[in-house]
Design a protein around this ligand. Structure first.
Ligand SMILES: [Zn+2]
Length: 328
């Protein structure tokens, strides 16, 4: 790191942009680097984009910027000619060595480094044949040597994957010798919220392939006999409407009695999940916000859905902005 030479006797001012105050070891290191009289100005306010950070830093009159931010934001700051300091942390397992904790992991401060650029590395993308992408689903008989009995179930997975508290399971159930139903059932913790029957099939592996596509994405799985002829993209879209309603705790009867605008907002969100513009994680965030407002202000479903849709739009807009950020 280049030595910093201040012409006057003025203390070096550090703009510390993080919700967390500097650790004792970080303060000690800043004193070693910039002098014992170093002034640390903490700004714990959240920031949204690079220009916001830069204007706050410039207004502060500080000499150095320390920041904890996403890489795309740091890249923009560097592009505008500021080289911020970055606190390098090391993950440790021994709690006695740890100085801080984030997301259940323990860390120790190592050193400060100056960020002078962020480089993206690329490799060529090879074309993949569409059929190779589809996972061929196998029957229980083929996998375990046992036929599914009437009443047996097979779980395709949870939506969103990895969500612990509020989630929806998509399951295939054998209802009769040649009848398999795909249904969705949602839970809030251990409490059942709602369930929807989605579609029935005469072929076990068609039902499983369909359920897998609903959980992951269209074209993700296919029946070894009927390929994807047993269902269409509009079926998986309908299934996603069902999952969305289940996550809100709405039954099929609740759904059809919603005001038309509320229905339209749910359908539109499901559509955006189907075309991969929206992820279930994002949807879940929007549901949480809408539900909190609903219980706090006893909102009607119509207003709840407006809040939900507003949040969804916000997320989409944010991801569009992120995509457009030039990163070099
Ligand atoms: Zn089939």
């Amino acid at each position: 790191m280049a030595e910093v030479i201040k012409p006057s006797k003025e203390p070096v001012k550090i703009y510390w942009m993080s919700r967390h105050a500097p650790l004792q070891s970080q303060v000690t290191e800043l004193k070693r680097l910039f002098g014992d009289d170093v002034v640390i100005m903490q700004d714990p306010q959240p920031f949204s984009y690079a220009d916001d950070i830069i204007s706050r830093f410039r207004l502060s009159g500080a000499d150095e910027l320390v920041i904890v931010a996403p890489l795309s934001v740091i890249a923009q700051i560097v592009q505008r000619g500021i080289k911020p300091l970055w606190a390098e942390m090391e993950q440790v397992t021994n709690p006695e060595e740890a100085e801080t904790e984030a997301a259940g992991r323990l860390y120790r401060f190592v050193r400060f480094r100056r960020i002078v650029g962020i480089q993206l590395q690329f490799e060529e993308v090879e074309p993949v044949r569409k059929l190779d992408m589809a996972k061929v689903v196998r029957s229980s008989k083929e996998i375990a040597g046992i036929e599914m009995k009437v009443g047996d179930e097979w779980d395709a997975g949870y939506i969103p994957a990895g969500a612990a508290h509020r989630r929806c399971r998509v399951t295939v159930r054998k209802d009769a010798p040649y009848r398999w139903s795909v249904y969705a059932i949602s839970f809030l913790g251990n409490k059942k919220l709602a369930s929807w029957d989605i579609l029935t099939f005469q072929c076990e592996t068609c039902a499983k392939a369909f359920a897998s596509c609903v959980v992951s994405k269209d074209k993700n799985a296919e029946c070894p006999i009927h390929k994807q002829d047993g269902f269409s993209d509009s079926d998986t879209y309908t299934a996603r409407v069902a999952v969305l309603c289940c996550l809100f705790g709405l039954s099929q009867a609740d759904f059809v009695s919603l005001p038309p605008d509320a229905i339209w907002m749910l359908l539109s969100a499901a559509h955006r999940i189907s075309d991969s513009r929206l992820t279930w994680q994002h949807v879940m965030k929007a549901i949480k916000v809408a539900e909190q407002l609903r219980s706090k202000y006893s909102l009607s479903w119509e207003v709840t859905m407006i809040k939900f849709y507003y949040k969804v739009e916000q997320v989409l807009l944010q991801s569009q902005i992120n995509r457009r950020l030039p990163v070099t």
